[in-house]
Design a protein around this ligand. Structure first.
Ligand SMILES: Nc1nc2c(ncn2[C@@H]2O[C@H](COP(=O)(O)OP(=O)(O)OP(=O)(O)O)[C@@H](O)[C@H]2O)c(=O)[nH]1
Ligand SMILES: [Mg+2]
Ligand SMILES: [Zn+2]
Length: 368
């Protein structure tokens, strides 16, 4: 194959799937044929006027192989600002995969547009597959995304390319940081790279657990999620976090499944609010205070640890589905929600993280 050594001189780029950095020479790319098989293409020199036209729609291969599949991602992902990596943390069944499907669906529907970020279509097979297999059935028929198999500790879930009105483009990459397994993260390369590379975290909390325990009169008062502590401990190993009392990357706590509490104050007033068109810092603080009090009163104080451990941690009431889950009648049945998905406020935690990372133009933020 022409195009030279993938690890040879060139610009350092980050694979959005395994987060490993490698050198890319600017000319070695691939294009999928009609069967979807990537075939090598060599681009003209970077200085050439033909370069951008010929690079359009091509993909880059990462030399790293984790698992069975080679990693391919759009050339557009390396021509722009570095990727922003967002991780979802929470126990099994907390609602991470549903929240991710809802965020991805909302982003594809340009619901970040009023916040100053447009989605740019890129040729990313993984994103189209994810949309077809998970997001579309969730939106059109209320089909619940399948449970995530715990084969990896953290796993690439989805990515999109966003452009701000001020003209900056950056890839946004989501990782699903699976369950209790994070405890054993020291043996796992991708988990370690993830923890060293992640730019922001969404901690996912299932409020029904807190309610159940309140109803049971659980006096032990411990409603814990071991994935929170494991992730926080892993982040503490980052050189940039050494000797800091609080972790410097931004975090958000998403109290998901809030549709189940939609008649309860204060959830009712937050969930029924339309998504704001600017990030109003005063409102954000009010919602965070309400959500903090809500969890505190239900003795879910262990979930509040991110508030103490991160310099910035906002709290949000969200619902991925907007309606309740119907238990499947039989073994072979798909789990589904009562209605096609109508996500509520799922982009608020993300927008808050992106604002903290300087990716939301000032024009779309009020107060500070
Ligand atoms: N009512 C309601 N139920 C939800 C919502 N999101 C998730 N659920 C329920 O919670 C279950 C688990 O959600 P998942 O998103 O698969 O949970 P997860 O955190 O990805 O779990 P693992 O993949 O096992 O780590 C779903 O099958 C639904 O029953 C929501 O927004 N509203
Ligand atoms: Mg999952
Ligand atoms: Zn890779």
């Amino acid at each position: 194959m022409s195009g030279g050594d993938e690890r040879g001189g060139g610009q350092p780029v980050t694979c959005v799937i395994c987060l490993e950095e490698f050198d890319w020479d600017g000319s070695r790319v691939f294009r999928r044929n009609a069967q979807g098989i990537p075939e090598p293409v060599t681009l003209p020199a970077r200085e050439s006027l033909r370069w951008s036209a010929e690079a359009k729609g091509t993909i880059i291969r990462c030399p790293n192989r984790i698992g069975d599949d080679a990693h391919y991602f759009p050339v557009g992902f390396v021509l722009n600002d570095r990727p922003i990596v967002i991780g979802l943390v929470g126990n099994s069944s907390a609602g991470k995969t549903c929240l991710l499907a809802a965020m991805s669906g909302e982003i594809d529907r340009q619901r970040l547009g009023p916040r100053g970020l447009q989605t740019v279509p890129v040729n990313l097979t993984e994103h189209s597959q994810y949309r077809t297999a998970v997001v579309d059935p969730f939106y059109t028929r209320g089909i619940a995304p399948p449970h995530t198999n715990i084969t990896d500790l953290v796993r690439y879930a989805d990515s999109v390319l966003l452009t701000s009105y001020s003209g900056h483009s950056f890839p946004l990459v989501f990782f699903d940081a699976a369950g209790e397994q994070l405890k054993g993260l020291h043996g796992d390369e991708v988990a370690l790279r993830f923890l060293h590379r992640v730019d922001g975290l969404i901690f996912v909390a299932d409020p029904t657990l807190a309610l159940d325990s309140a109803r049971r009169g659980n006096d032990s008062g411990i409603i814990d999620d071991p994935t929170y502590a494991a992730t926080i401990a892993g982040l503490r190993d980052r050189p940039s976090e050494a000797h800091r009392r609080r972790l410097s990357i931004p975090a958000a706590l998403a109290i998901t499944k809030s549709d189940l509490l939609r008649f309860e104050p204060p959830v009712d007033q937050w969930l029924s609010r339309p998504a704001p068109s600017v990030l109003d810092v005063e409102l954000l603080h009010r919602e965070s205070r309400d959500a903090y009090a809500f969890l505190y009163q239900r003795r879910a104080t262990a979930w509040l640890s991110p508030v103490d451990q991160f310099e910035q941690c906002s709290l949000h009431f969200v619902s991925a589905s907007g309606s309740s889950f119907i238990q499947p009648a039989g073994d072979g049945e798909l789990g589904r929600f009562a209605r096609p998905a109508r996500p509520r406020r799922v982009l608020e935690p993300l927008v808050t993280l992106l604002a903290a990372l300087g990716r939301i133009d000032d024009h779309f933020v009020r107060g500070s």
